[in-house]
Design a protein. Structure first.
Lengths: 213, 213
């Protein structure tokens, strides 16, 4: 039976490994880092926000569904036209999704505290998902979302509008992610000296040279 | 200081009042009813799922945003064309949203139990929002959602596609709502006789003639 600190340690090691092999969203590492700096939190899975195009009858389906385009940083007319030109099996959906983070906390107190911080940073659709031996799992989520049906008969002007609006939505998600990072960061500097000292000792103990700075 | 049962009683009275004046979503009363039949739950606010058209720059905004069309039951070409023909100030967004329920439970145990039932019924995006003197607040939410930018240059064929897909999405939400009602219903008949007897006595005590059957 592992304890909570072991799960946190493993989660951090996995993030470093994912970063190494390029599996981590390119713009999320620094955000995850600030969560690990809180003594009683670690992140599990996360998405920094992205544009995707999905081939499915209905956009929320997982079965009978293929992601045909995905980009966390940008989106262009070329991307959209290339993807559409390849045809489709069911329907094409253009989905722009804000950031989503899954965070395990050591106890309910920390869960409520992080929810408060996250909501203050614009993650209004956040809540507690479950509680298990890995901790209390919270999901931090914004309302930033666009789920647009791509008709086969879109003209040039409509395509241009879609790219421009998608980028606007993507950017709004990134703004909120930055705000979240800043809010969690300042919550740490507000912790008492004693807590920070404990946290530092534990971090050194658990993470060795791979500790979050 | 009111106790939990008083809050439940008031919530039920409000639902009856809202139903009377036509403020309640037309197809949600029977769903709310089954939640009240559980001894340790009551619903606060709820939406049975709907099609709406919103005039805003970005679809999740509350400020600088006007709902120009809303229907919980159906949607037609006439509805869409009429709404578009009136023009817009910012942008028009066609939003089809699955059902969302807010439920207060008496304790965490009941919150986890209802979350389990709801997820089983397809309300995959459910979680605990907060905990206060009214109880533990959970949000029950599906992944059913479409957030479609309405370009000013849509042609007849695209409009027809949009109406048809919107109705499909709306219907998927209603299916899940029905499934939720059935699951909560059968969870009640699974409760022990003792619990039911207690619940019945309390219900009679608190609700008098307006009790949920």
């Amino acid at each position: 039976m592992e304890n909570w600190e072991d799960y946190k340690k493993k989660a951090w090691e996995r993030i470093l490994r994912d970063k190494e092999i390029g599996y981590l969203d390119p713009d999320i590492f620094e955000v995850l880092e600030v969560f690990f700096k809180r003594q009683k939190a670690y992140t599990q899975s996360s998405c920094s926000g992205r544009v995707s195009i999905v081939d499915s009858y209905l956009p929320w389906e997982r079965k009978d569904s293929t992601v045909v385009y995905k980009n966390h940083i940008t989106f262009s007319m070329e991307d959209l036209k290339d993807t559409i030109s390849k045809g489709y099996v069911r329907r094409l959906w253009l989905i722009v999704q804000g950031p989503i983070l899954h965070v395990y906390t050591k106890d309910m107190e920390e869960a409520w505290e992080l929810l408060k911080i996250a909501r203050g940073a614009g993650f209004k659709h956040s809540g507690i998902l479950t509680s298990n031996n890995k901790g209390v799992l919270i999901e931090l989520r914004t309302g930033v979302k666009m789920v647009h049906y791509l008709s086969p008969s879109l003209d040039q002007k409509e395509l241009e509008e879609l790219v421009s609006i998608s980028l606007e939505v993507l950017r709004k998600g990134k703004d909120k992610l930055r705000k979240l990072k800043e809010s969690v960061e300042s919550s740490i500097s507000n912790e008492s000296m004693e807590l920070r000292e404990n946290s530092k000792r534990e971090t050194e103990l658990h993470y060795g040279i791979n500790q979050p700075p």
